[in-house]
Design a protein around this ligand. Structure first.
Ligand SMILES: NC(=O)c1ccc[n+]([C@@H]2O[C@H](COP(=O)([O-])OP(=O)(O)OC[C@H]3O[C@@H](n4cnc5c(N)ncnc54)[C@H](O)[C@@H]3O)[C@@H](O)[C@H]2O)c1
Length: 271
């Protein structure tokens, strides 16, 4: 088993990170490799994937990272993706189901194709990934799965119909997976980011008014950084989280700690 030294406690572990070429996924790839794991980066941004592999192998050693093209909403591509990890590294200890897309639209205006696309990338992908990874982890005697859900799956947001549905389902699916596979020594947890500065949210946050209004609602008064999600993923993927499974953890600057009611002492002029 890997040592618990802070810099190398994932040594010997092999991870697969979907959507690993951007934002939270890329930060997770770097965090896991920084702690000794070897990582298969999966995604659809092939040039970015190749560039990351070159850079990470130059910095951390030959073969510490590889890239596989996989559209995670397509069952056959996910099967090939998991097979590629086994072929390359001979094992799979950590699966991070991170790939995802956002989408606005109220129900009457939402095309069925939009709904299916969001559910396909954000939810079906987790089923597909787990379907092929769990038998491999079982054969090895265990593993850790981390699903990147969202606070929009813990409660709902305006105009986020399909996204909220996909992330809410991802959360309860995480619990179901955790129950079914605890006896296989496979732990399954979900991380629920709040608003994090990544390419997904760049356009939203580019408007100063949005950034200000949004930050004002967050107790820590700012958006998060991808690295702040990646550190929790790394912890959940490691033996330090050995008694955690089925947990749904917000990383949101305190946003979901708030009911949404106004600051009454402030409104009443008491403070
Ligand atoms: N950024 C936020 O504020 C935020 C908040 C809550 C949850 N999340 C979740 O975090 C995860 C990562 O988001 P991010 O902010 O880093 O976004 P991002 O756009 O920077 O990264 C998403 C990644 O998923 C990949 N991807 C998209 N469709 C794919 C497909 N069909 N197959 C394979 N890969 C695909 C993209 O190429 C990209 O690499 C998503 O699941 C997202 O829903 C993000």
């Amino acid at each position: 088993m890997p040592s618990s030294s802070p810099t190398a406690y994932l040594t010997g572990r092999v991870a697969l990170v979907t959507g690993g070429t951007s934002g939270i996924g890329a930060a997770t790839v770097r965090e896991l490799i920084g702690h000794g794991a070897r990582v298969m980066i999966a995604g659809i941004e092939d040039e970015a994937g190749a560039a990351m592999v070159t850079e990470l192998c130059a910095t951390h050693g030959a073969d510490t990272a590889r890239y596989v093209h996989a559209d995670v909403s397509v069952l056959a591509e996910v099967e090939t993706m998991v097979a590629a990890v086994e072929q390359a590294y001979g094992r799979l200890d950590i699966l991070v189901n991170n790939a995802g897309v956002g989408n606005y639209g109220e129900t009457p205006d939402l095309a069925p194709e939009q709904w299916e696309r969001v559910l396909g990338i954000n939810l079906n992908s987790i089923f597909y990934g787990c379907k092929f990874a769990i038998p491999l982890m079982r054969r090895q005697g265990g593993g850790a799965i981390v699903n990147i859900a969202s606070i929009s799956g813990m409660a709902a947001d305006y105009g986020f119909t399909a996204y909220a549905a996909s992330k809410g389902a991802a959360i309860n699916y995480t619990r179901a997976l955790a129950l079914d596979h605890a006896r296989d020594h496979i732990r399954v947890n979900a991380v629920c980011p709040g608003l994090i500065e990544t390419p997904l949210t760049a356009a939203t946050l580019a408007a100063p008014a949005v950034r200000e209004t949004w930050s004002a609602n967050v107790p820590l008064n700012r958006p998060g950084r991808p690295e702040e999600i990646a550190k929790l993923v790394r912890f959940l993927a490691s033996d330090d989280a050995s008694y955690m499974t089925g947990a749904i953890i917000p990383v949101d600057g305190g946003l979901t700690a708030w009911t949404g009611q106004p600051n009454m002492p402030k409104v009443l002029g008491l403070v």
